[in-house]
Design a protein around this ligand. Structure first.
Ligand SMILES: C[S@@+](CC[C@H](N)C(=O)[O-])C[C@H]1O[C@@H](n2cnc3c(N)ncnc32)[C@H](O)[C@@H]1O
Length: 207
């Protein structure tokens, strides 16, 4: 994958404040999927948070959020709140030295990581997760074998590079680090393209 194209894509979107481009109904779906994992005093780590449209909505009064993104402009758009801490970092290099997280989110990010980076993020997340914690990994997945795109996107009006892992392959990679990997298929109504679908992997019981 051409990382220069990916970097230019997110740098541009960060200046425009555009993290997501999915419909509001998908955000509602994700909130209802994740809310059961947010208990009292939950510390959430949002890896590749963008403006944290998802994770800030999960925050209860006793919760804390650490939002991590590679682009400071995204983090600057997160509302100031004593429960929220922001870290400008590549998710691959994020340092877990200071905390143990109850819920780690990796939403819409794997698409822009190569295989080695994807594995490194899983391995580090397994180390940073609380014993009873959950890592939730969501991205578009390919129905048949991994799919890569590299070219002009009519819908995004720019050059776009991305990787859409196949579901069994991604589940197997997560299974190297977690004893339980539950696959949640999103409703087909969210699918915009015939060869990809939206999937969340809910991972617990780190190995
Ligand atoms: C599709 S957006 C999703 C934002 C958020 N997770 C959500 O679901 O609302 C992907 C985000 O990942 C960030 N990102 C992509 N690659 C990254 C990397 N290697 N390190 C840190 N952030 C990254 C982008 O800047 C962008 O904010």
């Amino acid at each position: 994958m051409d990382k220069r194209v990916i970097d230019q894509f997110w740098r541009q979107r960060a200046t425009e404040g555009g993290g997501r481009w999915t419909e509001p109904e998908m955000l509602d779906y994700e909130l209802s999927m994740l809310t059961p994992y947010v208990g009292a005093n939950c510390h959430i780590l949002d890896l590749g948070s963008g403006p944290a449209a998802l994770s800030t909505r999960l925050l209860g009064p006793s919760c804390r959020l650490t939002a991590v993104d590679k682009y400071q402009s995204f983090l600057d758009s997160i509302p100031s709140d004593p429960r929220i801490n922001t870290v400008c970092s590549d998710v691959v290099n994020f340092s877990y030295t200071t905390a143990t997280y109850d819920l780690i989110l990796l939403f819409g990010v794997v698409t822009h990581l190569d295989l080695a980076e994807e594995l490194a993020v899983y391995e580090n997340a397994a180390r940073g997760l609380a014993d009873s914690g959950v890592l939730a990994v969501k991205n578009q997945s390919s129905h048949h074998g991994e799919k890569q795109v590299d070219g002009y996107s009519e819908s995004l009006k720019c050059h776009y590079v991305g990787r859409y892992p196949d579901i069994p392959g991604q589940a197997a990679r997560l299974g190297r680090f977690f004893g339980k990997v539950e696959i949640r298929h999103y409703p087909p109504a969210f699918d915009k393209w015939p060869d990809t679908t939206h999937v969340c992997f809910l991972c617990s019981s780190r190995k």
